[in-house]
Design a protein around this ligand. Structure first.
Ligand code: PHE
Length: 458
């Protein structure tokens, strides 16, 4: 079944590339927001349970599907279930990738502008960060330009291919990202007055756990682990036959969770030191663009040079994290076009970049020129985010667990997990049980909740 000349990730490259996909704006931007909204440490605990019980099994499923078929996500399902409608799960993933790449790159572009502000020390001179953000986001030129720049950089890496593009870049960016985040955590937790912020994420208040907290944690786990759209399935198609799928999944999920928690250890202590308790009211999508610049200036008000260094490192961290994620979204679609329509990687990548850049323009402008263009009170950007992350990702995840739990041949699954008898697997029955019963029901719950069916929880 394997493509003869299919490129392969090395052992470490496989984990770093998949971790690169997982670690992104979801960890550094969305996780602290969700933690703040949902009561701190208690949310973190529930989140960890969701990653282990739901995230890992679905991730392992995507790995099995991708590696066993050695193909793009659409072809993978077709090969595993010829003549059935399951092929739509793969195609849905490609469509989701298309939408996510288009709007995610807008926010990724903003991080470039903000890294520029940090570098030129604009934060020290400004005082109205809210106005600054809205002036920038509503500008018809700069956000679009940065969107293009971000997509172009992603494009250049994708064109270089799996080994010398994706793998090489992941091997450089991921350790850099790790180093940056460790330095930032160190600075943040040693700030005077950071104590209450640390307490907020380490001292769980179990009375805060309710249905809504659990559902938000599940939703966040899916987005953050990049599962539900064939991203990890596509990457796994480049894994070698001797890559240990379970171990890789455990590594990726651990790295992702660790980085998310570390982001919490940057943001909450820094905020506490600046006199903020970031709880429900002050956290929202604008957290890293409006609240944090202020927090950094305040927290380091005694040492402006540290405020400068901290801000530069933080926005650089965001750029790196976003880039390794956009690469993985791009690759899902590029691999699909390249293999299904038999075109060169270059041509496939060009089509993806141009069409997503086109869609991205509308998302970027929906904060300014097109902001009046609303449907059901949501802008174009909101719709892209809602349809892809809130509807399609959980829906895809649910279908994947049903596919592997109920349809996929168990012998094939066992062979994939044990690398044809060379690795011991003791948890097989538990995995199948979760994929059959637990995951579809739980994910179905997130899904219908996000569509507003369970308002009783809120
Ligand atoms: N996991 C990425 C993040 O945390 C987002 C993502 C979602 C990437 C889906 C690829 C696919 O930012």
């Amino acid at each position: 079944m394997a493509f003869k000349n299919r490129e392969n990730f090395g052992r470490i490259g496989a984990v770093l590339a998949a971790a690169g996909s997982a670690v992104g704006l979801g960890n550094i931007w969305r996780f602290p927001i969700e933690t703040g909204r949902n009561g701190g440490a208690a949310f973190v605990l529930v989140y960890i349970v969701c990653v282990i019980v739901l995230g890992l099994p679905v991730m392992i499923s995507e790995f099995m599907i991708g590696r066993s078929t050695q193909s793009n996500t659409a072809a993978a399902y077709r090969k595993l279930s010829p003549g059935t409608q399951w092929k739509w799960v793969g195609r849905l993933g490609v469509l989701t990738g298309f939408l996510i790449f288009s709007y995610y790159s807008v926010v990724a572009g903003w991080t470039v502008e903000y890294a520029g502000y940090a570098l030129t020390n604009v934060f020290a001179r400004e005082s109205d960060y809210k106005q600054m953000f809205s002036d920038f986001a509503s500008n018809p030129f700069w956000p679009v330009l940065w969107l293009f720049v971000f997509m172009f950089i992603t494009h250049v890496i994708i064109v270089r291919g799996v080994k010398s593009g994706i793998e090489k870049v992941s091997k450089i960016l991921m350790p850099t990202l790790f180093l940056l985040i460790m330095m930032l955590v160190f600075c943040a937790i040693t700030l005077p007055g950071s104590g209450p912020g640390i307490d907020f994420i380490v001292r769980p208040d179990f009375s805060k756990i309710n249905g809504m907290v659990v559902l938000s944690a599940m939703g966040q786990a899916f987005f953050s682990l990049s599962i539900g759209m064939g991203c990890l399935c596509t990457y796994a198609s480049y894994f070698r036959p001797d890559t240990n799928l379970t171990r890789s999944a455990v590594n990726v999920a651990s790295i992702d969770t660790m980085i998310a928690i570390m982001s919490g250890f940057i943001i909450f202590p820094a905020a506490a030191s600046a006199g903020y308790m970031l709880t429900a009211d002050d956290v929202g999508p604008s957290l890293i663009f409006i609240t944090l610049p202020h927090v950094f200036q305040q927290a380091f008000s005694g040492a402006p040079i540290l405020a400068y260094v901290f801000s530069v490192m933080f926005y650089l961290l965001l750029i790196l994290a976003a880039l390794t994620s956009t690469i993985s979204m791009h690759e899902v679609i590029t691999a699909y076009l390249k293999e299904e329509f038999e075109m060169s990687r270059k041509k496939a990548a060009r089509i993806v970049t141009c069409s997503c850049a086109f869609l991205g323009i509308f998302c970027a402008l929906s904060f300014g020129v097109l902001s009046g263009f609303k449907l059901m009170d949501m802008t174009i950007f909101d719709w892209f985010d809602f349809v892809s992350s809130t509807i399609l990702l959980p829906f895809g995840g649910m279908l994947i667990s049903i596919f592997t739990g109920w349809y996929l041949n168990k012998r094939l699954m066992y062979d994939e997990l044990t690398n044809y008898g060379t690795v011991r697997v003791r948890y097989f029955k538990v995995l199948v049980f979760i994929l059959r019963f637990v995951a579809p029901v739980a994910i179905g719950f997130i899904f219908f909740n996000e569509l507003g069916f369970f308002d009783v929880f809120s």
